[in-house]
Design a protein around this ligand. Structure first.
Ligand code: ATP
Length: 236
């Protein structure tokens, strides 16, 4: 079995006295693209925040293999090869170029320069507007910038919170298209989503319900399970 890049188990976490996660866990293997599927309020954002170190785990363990990183700050995890794209994803008051520099702040200057040019190749709309503020971009372009910003550090693992949020179906398919290019190159990804269109990218799926993992398997296995099929693909 391929080496694991991210592993979390028994995660309990929440806000104040409100517990949201009840023993949730997830694994992402090298070069693997994993979708964490769940409805609004299932706890996807909360789990991702624990994985990237923005929210403490009350219980459980997070590993960026081979190290246990449960107590590590986010910046240390980022230096280790983790990148995180939140639902917002970009700094609206910074230009495209500045956003990419922030995303790549932990890598060496000349490597960042090369990486940025490489990313502008993947995102030509951003290349022609380097001085434009993130906040002046359309929703779709802003999402592309969010992805490029997260990739600026040349991560081993990209963790994304609802890349489809706020996007029209056309932009959703453009986002899926661009992510599939990076998937082909072997970038490991963990994508929290409620939009099943993202299953096109999934080597494996986890479903999260009420702060617990209900299912782990392939898309075909998910589709073969009657009750999960009804829950995620509707009745048809
Ligand atoms: P969404 O698609 O709406 O982002 P989600 O699956 O990401 O859903 P979470 O954002 O992790 O879900 O929220 C899980 C639960 O935690 C929800 O009941 C939510 O109301 C609650 N919650 C989220 N953030 C906070 C907070 N800062 N304080 C208190 N409760 C919170």
């Amino acid at each position: 079995m391929a080496e694991t890049v991210l592993r979390a188990d028994g995660i309990e976490a929440g806000y104040g006295r409100v517990q949201v996660l009840w023993g949730a866990g997830v694994t992402v293997r090298r070069k693997e693209s994993v979708v964490l599927l769940g409805a609004n309020g299932a706890g996807k954002t909360t789990l991702l925040k624990v994985l990237v170190g923005l929210l403490p785990a009350w219980k459980g363990h997070v590993f960026l293999d081979p190290d246990e990183v449960t107590a590590w700050r986010t910046d240390r995890r980022v230096r280790r090869g983790l990148a995180y794209m939140s639902e917002i994803g970009v700094f609206p008051g910074l230009t495209i170029e500045e956003n990419l520099r922030v995303g790549g702040q932990f890598i060496e200057k000349s490597a960042l320069k090369t990486r940025m040019e490489e990313l502008y190749g993947y995102f030509p709309d951003l290349a022609t507007r380097r001085g434009t503020l993130g906040g002046a971009l359309s929703g779709g372009q802003r999402k592309m910038l969010g992805i490029a910003k997260a990739l600026a550090s040349s991560p081993k693992l990209l963790v994304m919170d609802e890349p489809s949020a706020g996007l029209s179906p056309l932009f959703v398919s453009q986002v899926i298209q661009v992510l599939s290019k990076f998937r082909e190159q072997g970038l490991a990804m963990l994508i929290a989503e409620q939009n099943i269109a993202f299953l096109d990218l999934a080597d494996r799926v986890f479903t999260l319900e009420g702060g617990r993992i209900r299912f782990e398997g392939t898309v075909a296995e998910l589709e073969a399970d009657d009750s999960l099929h009804k829950a995620y693909f509707g009745l048809s």
